[in-house]
Ligand binder design. Structure first.
Ligand code: FES
Ligand code: FES
Length: 212
Protein backbone atom coordinates (compact mmCIF):
# COMPACT_ATOMS: atom_id res chain seq x y z
CA UNK A 1 0.00 0.00 0.00
CA UNK A 2 1.31 3.47 -0.84
CA UNK A 3 2.12 5.75 2.08
CA UNK A 4 -0.68 8.22 2.76
CA UNK A 5 1.67 10.58 4.57
CA UNK A 6 3.62 12.67 2.04
CA UNK A 7 7.38 12.17 1.99
CA UNK A 8 10.10 14.80 1.57
CA UNK A 9 10.49 13.81 -2.07
CA UNK A 10 6.82 13.91 -2.87
CA UNK A 11 6.26 17.25 -1.17
CA UNK A 12 9.30 19.05 -2.57
CA UNK A 13 7.76 19.23 -6.02
CA UNK A 14 4.42 20.31 -4.59
CA UNK A 15 5.88 23.48 -3.15
CA UNK A 16 5.88 22.47 0.55
CA UNK A 17 8.72 23.99 2.54
CA UNK A 18 11.48 22.03 4.34
CA UNK A 19 9.86 22.33 7.78
CA UNK A 20 6.65 20.76 6.52
CA UNK A 21 8.62 18.01 4.85
CA UNK A 22 10.49 17.27 8.08
CA UNK A 23 7.20 16.93 9.97
CA UNK A 24 5.91 14.59 7.30
CA UNK A 25 8.97 12.38 7.80
CA UNK A 26 8.07 11.70 11.46
CA UNK A 27 7.02 8.13 12.26
CA UNK A 28 3.32 7.41 11.87
CA UNK A 29 3.08 6.42 15.55
CA UNK A 30 5.01 8.31 18.17
CA UNK A 31 4.77 7.66 21.90
CA UNK A 32 5.86 9.79 24.80
CA UNK A 33 7.55 7.62 27.40
CA UNK A 34 8.00 7.67 31.14
CA UNK A 35 10.18 5.48 33.34
CA UNK A 36 8.76 2.67 35.41
CA UNK A 37 10.37 0.55 38.09
CA UNK A 38 8.69 -2.05 40.27
CA UNK A 39 9.24 -5.43 41.89
CA UNK A 40 7.90 -8.39 39.96
CA UNK A 41 7.98 -11.80 41.60
CA UNK A 42 10.56 -10.52 44.06
CA UNK A 43 12.91 -9.15 41.40
CA UNK A 44 13.60 -5.48 40.93
CA UNK A 45 12.63 -4.33 37.42
CA UNK A 46 13.70 -1.09 35.81
CA UNK A 47 13.94 1.71 35.56
CA UNK A 48 12.61 1.19 32.01
CA UNK A 49 11.22 3.82 29.67
CA UNK A 50 7.82 2.69 28.40
CA UNK A 51 5.11 4.50 26.46
CA UNK A 52 2.59 6.42 28.52
CA UNK A 53 -0.68 4.51 28.36
CA UNK A 54 0.94 1.13 27.85
CA UNK A 55 -1.22 -1.48 29.53
CA UNK A 56 0.39 -3.62 32.20
CA UNK A 57 -0.27 -6.85 30.32
CA UNK A 58 1.75 -5.50 27.37
CA UNK A 59 4.53 -4.43 29.72
CA UNK A 60 4.67 -7.95 31.18
CA UNK A 61 4.54 -9.64 27.78
CA UNK A 62 6.67 -7.35 25.63
CA UNK A 63 9.19 -5.86 28.06
CA UNK A 64 9.62 -8.60 30.70
CA UNK A 65 8.84 -11.68 28.59
CA UNK A 66 6.36 -12.81 31.27
CA UNK A 67 3.65 -14.16 29.01
CA UNK A 68 1.69 -16.25 31.51
CA UNK A 69 -0.89 -13.56 32.25
CA UNK A 70 -3.61 -14.09 29.64
CA UNK A 71 -5.28 -11.49 27.49
CA UNK A 72 -8.87 -12.68 27.27
CA UNK A 73 -11.58 -10.09 26.79
CA UNK A 74 -9.26 -7.09 27.03
CA UNK A 75 -12.16 -5.18 28.60
CA UNK A 76 -11.90 -5.93 32.30
CA UNK A 77 -14.57 -8.64 32.34
CA UNK A 78 -13.03 -12.13 32.26
CA UNK A 79 -10.19 -11.63 34.80
CA UNK A 80 -7.82 -13.92 32.89
CA UNK A 81 -5.20 -11.17 33.00
CA UNK A 82 -5.07 -10.47 36.73
CA UNK A 83 -1.88 -10.16 38.75
CA UNK A 84 -1.49 -9.90 42.50
CA UNK A 85 -0.64 -6.47 43.82
CA UNK A 86 1.06 -6.66 47.23
CA UNK A 87 0.57 -3.72 49.56
CA UNK A 88 3.12 -2.60 52.18
CA UNK A 89 0.71 -3.54 55.02
CA UNK A 90 0.80 -7.20 53.96
CA UNK A 91 -2.58 -7.19 52.23
CA UNK A 92 -2.95 -7.95 48.55
CA UNK A 93 -5.49 -7.68 45.76
CA UNK A 94 -6.13 -8.67 42.18
CA UNK A 95 -5.57 -6.07 39.48
CA UNK A 96 -6.69 -6.54 35.87
CA UNK A 97 -3.72 -5.82 33.68
CA UNK A 98 -5.69 -5.39 30.46
CA UNK A 99 -7.28 -2.20 31.71
CA UNK A 100 -4.58 -0.93 34.07
CA UNK A 101 -1.64 1.05 32.80
CA UNK A 102 1.89 -0.15 33.51
CA UNK A 103 2.71 3.12 35.25
CA UNK A 104 0.07 2.41 37.91
CA UNK A 105 2.51 -0.24 39.16
CA UNK A 106 5.47 2.12 39.38
CA UNK A 107 7.11 1.60 42.78
CA UNK A 108 4.79 -1.28 43.63
CA UNK A 109 5.18 -5.03 44.20
CA UNK A 110 3.52 -7.47 41.84
CA UNK A 111 3.19 -11.24 41.64
CA UNK A 112 2.41 -12.92 38.34
CA UNK A 113 1.63 -16.53 37.54
CA UNK A 114 5.33 -17.12 36.88
CA UNK A 115 6.09 -16.39 40.53
CA UNK A 116 4.01 -19.12 42.21
CA UNK A 117 5.91 -22.35 41.69
CA UNK A 118 9.23 -23.13 43.34
CA UNK A 119 12.11 -22.98 40.84
CA UNK A 120 15.67 -24.27 40.85
CA UNK A 121 18.78 -22.20 40.18
CA UNK A 122 18.23 -22.61 36.43
CA UNK A 123 14.75 -21.15 36.72
CA UNK A 124 13.02 -24.48 36.05
CA UNK A 125 9.85 -25.29 37.95
CA UNK A 126 10.55 -28.00 40.53
CA UNK A 127 7.37 -27.80 42.60
CA UNK A 128 4.00 -26.19 41.90
CA UNK A 129 2.35 -24.08 44.56
CA UNK A 130 -0.27 -25.74 46.73
CA UNK A 131 -3.12 -24.32 44.69
CA UNK A 132 -1.50 -25.23 41.38
CA UNK A 133 -1.08 -28.78 42.67
CA UNK A 134 -4.75 -28.97 43.69
CA UNK A 135 -5.89 -27.70 40.30
CA UNK A 136 -3.87 -30.49 38.71
CA UNK A 137 -5.27 -33.14 41.06
CA UNK A 138 -8.85 -32.03 40.40
CA UNK A 139 -8.39 -31.67 36.61
CA UNK A 140 -9.73 -28.18 37.14
CA UNK A 141 -8.90 -26.79 33.71
CA UNK A 142 -9.21 -27.85 30.11
CA UNK A 143 -7.49 -25.41 27.74
CA UNK A 144 -5.92 -23.60 30.71
CA UNK A 145 -6.34 -20.12 29.31
CA UNK A 146 -8.14 -18.88 32.41
CA UNK A 147 -5.93 -20.77 34.86
CA UNK A 148 -3.37 -18.05 35.70
CA UNK A 149 -6.21 -15.81 36.82
CA UNK A 150 -7.76 -18.55 38.93
CA UNK A 151 -4.39 -19.35 40.52
CA UNK A 152 -3.91 -15.72 41.48
CA UNK A 153 -7.46 -15.37 42.83
CA UNK A 154 -7.23 -18.59 44.85
CA UNK A 155 -3.82 -17.58 46.22
CA UNK A 156 -5.22 -14.28 47.46
CA UNK A 157 -8.17 -16.10 49.00
CA UNK A 158 -5.91 -18.53 50.87
CA UNK A 159 -3.69 -15.73 52.15
CA UNK A 160 -6.75 -13.86 53.42
CA UNK A 161 -8.03 -16.95 55.20
CA UNK A 162 -4.66 -17.35 56.92
CA UNK A 163 -5.16 -13.88 58.37
CA UNK A 164 -8.87 -14.28 59.02
CA UNK A 165 -10.13 -17.87 59.31
CA UNK A 166 -13.80 -18.46 58.53
CA UNK A 167 -16.49 -20.77 59.88
CA UNK A 168 -17.20 -24.07 58.10
CA UNK A 169 -20.58 -22.90 56.84
CA UNK A 170 -18.94 -19.91 55.13
CA UNK A 171 -16.53 -21.93 52.99
CA UNK A 172 -18.62 -22.25 49.81
CA UNK A 173 -19.82 -18.66 49.82
CA UNK A 174 -16.30 -17.36 50.52
CA UNK A 175 -14.88 -19.33 47.62
CA UNK A 176 -17.67 -18.07 45.40
CA UNK A 177 -16.88 -14.50 46.39
CA UNK A 178 -13.16 -15.01 45.82
CA UNK A 179 -13.37 -16.69 42.42
CA UNK A 180 -16.74 -15.51 41.20
CA UNK A 181 -15.52 -12.85 38.79
CA UNK A 182 -13.30 -15.24 36.87
CA UNK A 183 -14.73 -16.59 33.63
CA UNK A 184 -13.85 -20.04 32.32
CA UNK A 185 -15.21 -21.01 28.93
CA UNK A 186 -14.35 -24.71 29.20
CA UNK A 187 -14.98 -26.45 32.47
CA UNK A 188 -18.10 -25.17 34.16
CA UNK A 189 -16.01 -24.12 37.17
CA UNK A 190 -16.73 -27.27 39.19
CA UNK A 191 -13.13 -28.47 39.19
CA UNK A 192 -11.77 -25.09 40.22
CA UNK A 193 -14.20 -24.66 43.09
CA UNK A 194 -13.73 -28.24 44.28
CA UNK A 195 -9.94 -27.85 44.28
CA UNK A 196 -10.04 -24.66 46.31
CA UNK A 197 -12.55 -26.16 48.75
CA UNK A 198 -10.32 -29.22 49.16
CA UNK A 199 -7.32 -27.02 49.92
CA UNK A 200 -9.21 -24.71 52.27
CA UNK A 201 -10.65 -27.59 54.28
CA UNK A 202 -7.33 -29.44 54.44
CA UNK A 203 -4.99 -26.59 55.27
CA UNK A 204 -4.63 -26.07 59.01
CA UNK A 205 -5.85 -22.77 60.37
CA UNK A 206 -8.09 -21.59 57.51
CA UNK A 207 -11.44 -22.83 58.85
CA UNK A 208 -12.17 -22.30 62.52
CA UNK A 209 -14.19 -25.39 63.38
CA UNK A 210 -12.42 -27.94 61.18
CA UNK A 211 -9.60 -30.03 62.64
CA UNK A 212 -7.06 -31.10 60.00
S1 FES B 1 -8.39 -9.89 29.69
FE1 FES B 1 -8.39 -8.59 31.40
S2 FES B 1 -10.33 -8.87 32.28
FE2 FES B 1 -10.41 -10.07 30.47
S1 FES C 1 -9.97 -24.00 31.02
FE1 FES C 1 -10.37 -23.11 29.09
S2 FES C 1 -11.11 -21.13 29.57
FE2 FES C 1 -10.93 -22.09 31.46
Amino acid sequence: MKALIPTAESTAGAGMNDATARIAEQPLVWHRTRPISCRVNGQQVGSIQVPIGLMMIDFLHEYLNLTGSRLGCGQGICHACVVILDHPDGSCEEVRTCITGAHFFDGKQVRTIEGHATRNAQGEVVEPSAIQQKFLEHFSFQCGYCTPGFVNAATILLEKLKQQPIARDQVESTIGAGLGQHICRCTGYVGYYAAVKDLVLNTPGLVKDVKV
